[in-house]
Design a protein around this ligand. Sequence first.
Ligand SMILES: Nc1ncnc2c1ncn2[C@@H]1O[C@H](COP(=O)(O)OP(=O)(O)OP(=O)(O)O)[C@@H](O)[C@H]1O
Ligand SMILES: [Mg+2]
Length: 365
Amino acid sequence: MAASASTLFIDRRLVLCVGPGGVGKTTCSAALALQAATSGRKVVVVTIDPSRRLAQALGLDAGVSGELVPVLREPGMVLDALILDGAKVFDSIVRSCSSDAKTAQTILDSRIYQATAQRLSGALEFAAMARVQMLVDAGEHDLIILDTPPTANAVDFLEAPTRIRELIDNPGARLIAGGGRIGAKILGLGSSLLSKTLEAMGGGAFMGDLGAFLKEFSSVIEEFHSRGGDFERLLRSPATGVVMVTTASPFSAREAGAFLDQLGDYGLRVDAVVFNRTDTQLPPPPPRARFDAALAKLDARERERLWNAYAGARALGERTRRSIASIRDARPRLRIWTAPRHADPPDTLPELRALGRQIFEGAAS
Ligand SMILES: Nc1ncnc2c1ncn2[C@@H]1O[C@H](COP(=O)(O)OP(=O)(O)OP(=O)(O)O)[C@@H](O)[C@H]1O
Ligand SMILES: [Mg+2]
């Protein structure tokens, strides 16, 4: 199916870039956001843990976590970016959802909050969704591209906020709001973290503090949920699409296939799969005798080295072809885009633009 930058995600308000760890989700989010901005849409890319150079390219090094930074402002072109750091974004949620500034400060100053906010399982995902919900409500952008953290499976990210909610709704957790040992368990604190915190706080005080903290913190989460309750509906609505990023390594390709099934079951719409860092498909080598004759000037060892290098490069190209075919055969209607392996990490704006163009050149063929 043909696609161009101008029709890219035309019906979408939110696009999630998901995929296995390390495949290029953050890089492709930025490249796709640039492409979409080039086509005249007002775009914001929400990135998680970009490399330092990529953050610099997006002008994020100077930005505060969770705050919008303008990347491009050219006639008819708007690209903003923001970087999400779970703990810091959580701080801003606490500030905006607390009943008053004093309560917010009490929570933020709590040693339990400081020791746990970054480690609560699902905190980053929760923060990401909260921030995206705020961007949707603000309505300043036509398109939000959301990078996602590496997860063991595709819906982990989507379900994380629900897990936090269950934690708060859990009657056990409520009980603990009066103090008790099980609270630490419900909070999902690893035993080493718990004992370290206990040690630091002089033991007994911990449980009392935990109770007070949970009481205040749960009202923040409640408030957030009452404001952002539509997020799940947004995820499943036609305004939301998913781009699955993967690589041709058999492991990533298999994982991507499993992710695709999970996303389908979850009711999400997959717009495309991007095979990133693909290797060129090379034709079969000539017969060895012809190869040797053509390179007669080289010594035999050198020829052997070249022959093997070609075979190795060709095997990588073949692997790319096989992995793409495995996804395509199982889902013939799915759009598949490819992005070649660059010699250097694409982490400047011109390189990201080039990567975005390559994705679309492949898309049109
Ligand atoms: N097409 C490409 N060619 C060469 N290098 C690439 C390409 N795409 C991404 N990379 C590099 O691969 C590395 C991983 O990319 P990136 O951080 O975008 O992956 P990720 O999926 O977001 O990782 P994580 O799961 O850890 O968040 C980075 O060093 C990045 O610069
Ligand atoms: Mg990433």
